[in-house]
Design a protein around this ligand. Structure first.
Ligand SMILES: Cc1ncc(COP(=O)(O)O)c(C=O)c1O
Length: 440
């Protein structure tokens, strides 16, 4: 890319303007595609997260742990499609499974040979699952989980946490989001043990469920304290409230999800992302006490229909994904690699004395552009200019991650790729150290 611009800026804003100029000059085809799409898609976009200023890269193709944009640049894919792309691009076992399903005819209008097998694989892996049902996204999985909890308990309210994200229509990242589904929500603060306990007790007669992501993933890699989750487990059990873990992202963090790693087992769990082998996927499940109501032969059964709930491509890819590729050993290895990446990245930040930090667990991590402690999403407010500068500079160094610093490792990332990531961070810190030190 054009590296002629001197990096002698005295402000982050000046450095960002230069970085944006170099980025726009290096990516004319992505810009043209973005502008053409804007004629028919609002903002040229159909997935809000994909947008970043000045315009997103158009990704032309991927291979293993590599991405290639429309202008021909190559990147190491450290985003891993926001955790859905754990297998890397075009994994041969997933390819084979999808082609086999495709050859068998994909719109079969009946149960197929893969769905029961994927159900077995999931129930054997995730301790909270006696039974599971499939749907098409993590958002849908959470909608079903909370709706089932309401129907099963006969209560109305759902306790959620400020700053949490459970899907496009289940977002609590701001106080009032107009598209958030109109359930009666009670909002608590993440990791606030006493405050949340008090809220649960106050609302115990009307609370159907507590919905929590046991580590806030894309919102900052913020781990819940074990004692906090243990309190939720105890209080929900005591008051007959359904405890739902949203493991759409975190289920990758051990062979049995974060619930197994923590040894805290919820009543229900929602899933999505990588478990469909990289294809459209969602699932929810839990104890028989609730899940048996989904048995269509029972007189009092809940209706859970969905044309693509058992879509053959996803079911076949999911069986390959969980049964053959993301084995318990593979999960342990990937998470150990992620732990090393985080330790090395934080060591670089410390050595340069810059106000940055990487938070997370295992293969799921987020870079923050400040050094304040982060216990809940409100602590994780980042200066958007600093985020943008880091992001564009990493892209310029051939590293692809999200604007908000999310990195989700995929299986084909190797030690040399991790070295490259750490070197890129090191170089960024060396170039911008004067701008990055004097920040809180
Ligand atoms: C924790 C969490 N829950 C739910 C979702 C929604 O999943 P989907 O995008 O498949 O609807 C996401 C998506 O990023 C997520 O991170």
């Amino acid at each position: 890319m054009d590296d002629a611009a001197p990096r002698r800026n005295t402000t982050v804003e000046g450095a960002l303007r230069d970085a944006e100029r170099r980025y726009a000059a290096a990516n004319p085809k992505s810009l043209a595609r973005h502008q053409a799409a804007a004629a028919h898609l609002p903002g040229g976009n159909t997935r809000t997260n994909m947008y970043f200023s000045p315009f997103p890269l158009t990704i032309a193709r991927g291979e293993g742990a590599r991405l290639y944009d429309l202008d021909g640049h190559e990147y190491v894919d450290f985003l891993g499609e926001y955790t859905a792309g754990i297998f890397g691009h075009s994994h041969p076992r997933i390819r084979t499974a999808v082609i086999e399903a495709l050859d068998a005819g994909i719109n079969l209008g009946g149960p197929n040979r893969w769905e029961g097998e994927l159900g077995r694989l999931m129930c054997e892996r995730f301790p909270s699952l006696d039974k599971v049902r499939f749907c098409n996204s993590g958002t849908e999985a959470n909608l079903y989980a909370i709706s089932a909890a309401r129907a099963a308990t006969g209560r109305t309210h759902i306790l959620v946490f400020d700053g949490a994200y459970h899907g496009g229509v289940l977002s609590f990242v701001k106080p009032d989001l107009p598209l958030t589904a109109p359930f009666p929500f009670v909002r608590a603060q993440y990791n606030d043990l006493e405050g949340t306990e008090a809220l649960i007790r106050r609302h115990r007669g009307e609370l159907a469920a507590v919905l929590i992501e046991p580590m806030i993933g894309s919102g900052g890699g913020i781990s819940a304290d074990r004692e906090f989750l243990a309190m939720l487990r105890e209080e929900t059990r005591r008051h007959g409230i359904v405890l739902i873990f949203d493991e759409v992202m975190t289920s990758r963090l051990s062979p049995g999800g974060l619930q197994a790693k923590l040894g805290i087992i919820p009543d229900m769990t929602s899933f999505g992302k990588y478990l469909g082998g990289g294809l459209t996927f969602g699932a929810f499940g839990g104890r028989d006490a609730v899940m048996r109501r989904f048995d269509p032969s029972a007189p009092d059964s809940f209706v859970h229909s969905g044309t693509y709930n058992n879509n053959a491509l996803t079911m076949a890819a999911g069986v390959a994904a969980l049964g053959v590729i993301y084995t318990p050993a593979a999960a342990d290895e990937l998470n150990a690699r992620g732990d090393r990446l985080r330790e090395r990245t934080n060591a670089v930040f410390r050595r340069h004395g810059v106000a940055m930090q990487m938070l997370g667990q295992g293969s799921l991590n987020v870079i923050h552009v400040h050094r304040r402690p982060v216990r809940r999403p409100s602590d994780a407010v980042n200066d958007p200019n600093r985020q943008a500068l880091f992001h564009l500079e990493m892209i310029e160094r051939g590293i692809y991650l999200s604007r908000r610093g999310l990195s989700a490792l995929c299986l084909p990332i190797n030690d040399a790729d991790v070295d490259r990531f750490v070197e890129a961070v090191d170089d960024y810190c060396a170039v911008y150290q004067p701008l990055l030190r004097d920040h809180d």
